[in-house]
Design a protein around this ligand. Structure first.
Ligand code: BGC
Length: 740
């Protein structure tokens, strides 16, 4: 959509103001008020004109009356527009809207490319506006503490710095299009099992150095209009009724001036508790609190009004809720130029970006020479292949995606989900958990690249038949899928089969891979999963490509990487365990509501490092079709607050490619930290033979430990070791030390 120049001007002015913290100045004001100050002034002025009922109207939704996930009625008398909101984790969750199904946020995180995150956010923002939505619910950044969490694909992995910065860029991209983005679920919301009641038991340091750090980085930098508080409890208190976290950490300490929006349905359990703790908005809310929505009680309509009239919630608190909303609407440009329904999305542009991001987020996990060859099996050489067998995963029709509120409907029908009939004992078709597939056939994309070869598809339901077909082919490509969704944690990290997920799988995928690999040493496994999977078959296959949920153009994107048109540059945003017994939490309890973070700060790769456990694939791992060499590592102090890491990186192979230079720090022993933590990274694109000297800046706070006596970060004096490498476990990483 063409943008009016005025909007661009306001947006750039805002960005400039954000960059200059002194924007607008104080007492010695010389120029006109900044956009920020204007927003504040206009919001305050409008507030004085509002009645009590109008104020109440702006802090709750009206149930599921309108399309989308929530809706606040506008106030035409005052020029406040209707505010329609919709889930938009990786595209707009609205049937038949034509919205682009982008790759999952986890795939975006795997690109380690902040600029791509901005483009991802921009596309979502453009589509939200085109479809008439003022608010997009996303992105989520709960860290992957528990990889069996059914929502892992919606988030950005296990590291707070990676997740926080990628989410910041994603949010800036969306809000730059004049719509509000919601960052969720604040906080410590790491699994779905008994999600309305579970209680995350976490010590102060662990929460500060991990989950809260991800939110802090994302929120301070991108200033989302909304932060959604989660369903879970934290050390006994509901997240949306946790004054220490909402009023204390988020609003006072971090200076957050936007709206705290409660997670849908069971986020709030008590009007006064939630309002006083800092929750500013209830969704989906209801027209009548005495009825509620979907048999669930609501709290911020008549009940909140009564609490204000009775003095249980001070009027000043209600005013603060409304002011937060109004200043956000002014700041983002929604008051002056609200979105209108009836537009359409640019499908071609969306799909082109989706394909690009999918390819950039894929991670080449393994690529070895097969037993009878000297070169790795990937990239495939089209002119050398006469016969290829493609097996399983419904690769003949499309690619899988995740479920729940983060889904993007398949606008042209869902070709293959729900393979099995409903079990007779469960007559609730609405709750039937079926995977969405997009019509983006990997088989077709492979065939177009091999016009001369014989390309055969076998569906994989019969492992022996698949093996027989594979035995005479030059290459066998096995597509394996794992469906994950909100509201349901995985029973295990094994690739699912008919035993664990009969609605979506008719065959045992592990047995299939084993059988095909035994028949053909040139077997490549392509994984479409929402989290890590265990790979008991790994030694038998020479190559594995992790494609995550790759979105609406997943088929061509996979083919681009398999055939080397795109040199893979994704890196794992989460550790892949060798076996589930290696995880901190052996299983997810369905009976014990306390989820105890007993591993403390040793979460994710920090756990594997602290325990000396070899992961199957380490955090940060990802191969390329070219090679890179690092040299000349030097550290210097770049001012009181930062350390500069200088190094030279060279593409030593014969293909252009991107390298993700990862910087990890080991703190002095007195810090009691895990052995290392990611403190910065840089993604660089290098032509064959090209070398570049880089400076990667590490902010002082990334090196600090949380002091539980002072309740703040503290940089301990001592020796810091910094390591620059290709992954958290790169044996060739360069290291140097520095005294701080
Ligand atoms: C989810 C949120 C989502 C909301 C609206 C809730 O159940 O936890 O992430 O945004 O529903 O669909």
């Amino acid at each position: 959509m063409p943008r009016p120049p005025l909007r661009a001007c306001v947006a750039s002015l805002l960005l400039l103001c954000l960059a200059l913290t002194t924007c607008g100045g104080g007492g010695d004001d010389e120029g006109p008020p900044s956009a920020e100050e204007q927003a504040e002034q206009r919001a305050s002025a409008l507030l004085t004109r509002m009645t009590l009922d109008e104020k109440i109207q702006l802090v709750h939704g009206v149930g599921f009356r309108e399309p989308g996930a929530g809706f606040i009625d506008g106030i035409p008398r005052l020029g406040v527009p209707d505010l329609a909101m919709v889930d938009s984790a990786s595209g707009i969750n609205l049937p038949d809207s034509g919205s682009t199904a982008l790759p999952a946020p986890l795939a975006l995180a795997a690109s380690w490319d902040p600029l791509l995150a901005t483009r991802y956010g921009q596309l979502i923002g453009q589509e939200l506006r085109a479809l008439g939505f003022a608010v997009g619910l996303g992105t989520g950044i709960n860290l992957t503490r528990e990889p069996r969490n059914g929502r892992t694909f919606e988030y950005m992995g296990e590291d707070p710095v990676l997740a926080g910065l990628m989410a910041a860029h994603r949010t800036e991209g969306t809000q730059g299009e004049q719509v509000i983005a919601t960052i969720k679920h604040f906080a410590l919301n790491q699994q779905e099992t008994r999600r309305y009641e579970s209680n995350s038991v976490v010590d102060e340091r662990t929460m500060r150095e991990l989950e809260l750090l991800a939110f802090e980085l994302a929120i301070k930098r991108s200033r989302p209009g909304n932060v959604m508080c989660g369903y879970n409890r934290i050390n006994g208190l509901k997240a949306c009724e946790h004054g220490g976290l909402l009023n204390g950490v988020l609003k006072q300490e971090w200076g957050y001036r936007g709206v705290v929006q409660a997670d849908w349905i069971y986020g709030i359990t008590d009007t006064v508790r939630a309002a006083l703790a800092g929750t500013d908005e209830e969704q989906p809310g209801s027209e009548d609190d005495s009825i509620g929505t979907l048999d669930v009680p609501t709290f911020f309509n008549q009940k909140l009004k009564a609490a204000v009239q009775a003095g249980q919630v001070p009027l000043a608190r209600l005013d603060d809720m409304v002011l937060r909303k109004l200043r956000t609407l002014y700041r983002i440009g929604l008051m002056d130029d609200p979105p209108r329904r009836g537009g359409s999305v640019d499908r071609a542009a969306g799909e082109a970006l989706a394909e690009h991001i999918a390819a950039q987020g894929m991670v080449l996990l393994k690529n070895s020479p097969p037993a009878d060859a000297s070169r790795p099996v990937l990239p495939l050489q089209a002119d050398a292949l006469q016969s290829v067998v493609v097996v399983g995963g419904h690769a003949d029709v499309g690619v899988i995606s995740g479920g729940g509120s983060a889904k993007v409907p398949a606008h042209d029908g869902n070709p293959v989900s729900c393979l099995q009939p409903d079990p007779p004992v469960d007559p609730r078709p609405v709750t039937r958990p079926c995977a969405i597939y997009y019509r983006s056939s990997p088989l077709e994309a492979i065939r177009t690249r091999l016009p001369q070869a014989r390309v055969q598809y076998v569906d994989g339901s019969d492992a022996a038949a698949a093996a027989a077909a594979a035995s005479s082919a030059d290459v066998a490509l096995v597509f394996a899928t794992q469906w994950t969704t909100e509201q349901r944690d995985l029973p295990s990290l094994a690739l699912p089969g008919p035993g664990s997920d009969p609605w979506n799988y008719s065959h045992d995928q592990e047995a299939l891979i084993t059988a095909v690999a035994a028949a053909n040493p040139h077997t490549v496994v392509v994984l479409q999963t929402g989290t890590a999977v265990t790979m008991p078959w790994l030694d038998a296959v020479p190559a594995v490509l992790q494609a995550w949920y790759p979105g609406i153009r997943g088929g061509p994107a996979m083919a681009q990487v398999l055939f080397g048109e795109v040199n893979p540059s994704g890196r794992l945003p989460m550790s892949f365990p060798r076996r589930e017994g290696d995880l901190p939490q052996p299983a997810i309890s369905t009976t014990d509501l306390d989820v105890v973070y007993h591993e403390g700060v040793a979460m994710g790769y920090r756990w594997f490092d602290a325990r000396g456990i070899e992961p199957l694939f380490a955090f940060g791992h990802g191969l390329s079709y070219t090679t890179f060499a690092y040299s000349m590592l030097e550290l210097s102090k770049a001012g009181p607050d930062t350390v500069a890491v200088h190094l030279r990186v060279q593409n030593t192979g014969s293909r252009a490619g991107a390298e993700v230079v990862q910087v990890y720090a080991s703190l002095p022993a007195a810090a009691g930290d895990a052995p290392q933590r990611l403190v910065a990274w840089r993604k660089v694109w290098l032509a064959p033979g090209e070398a570049r000297e880089l400076t990667v800046t590490v902010e002082r706070d990334r090196l600090a430990a949380w002091d539980t006596q002072l309740h703040q970060r503290r940089l301990l004096p001592g020796r810091y070791r910094l390591k620059a490498g290709r992954s958290s476990r790169d044996p060739d990483a360069l290291q140097a030390e520095l005294d701080l």
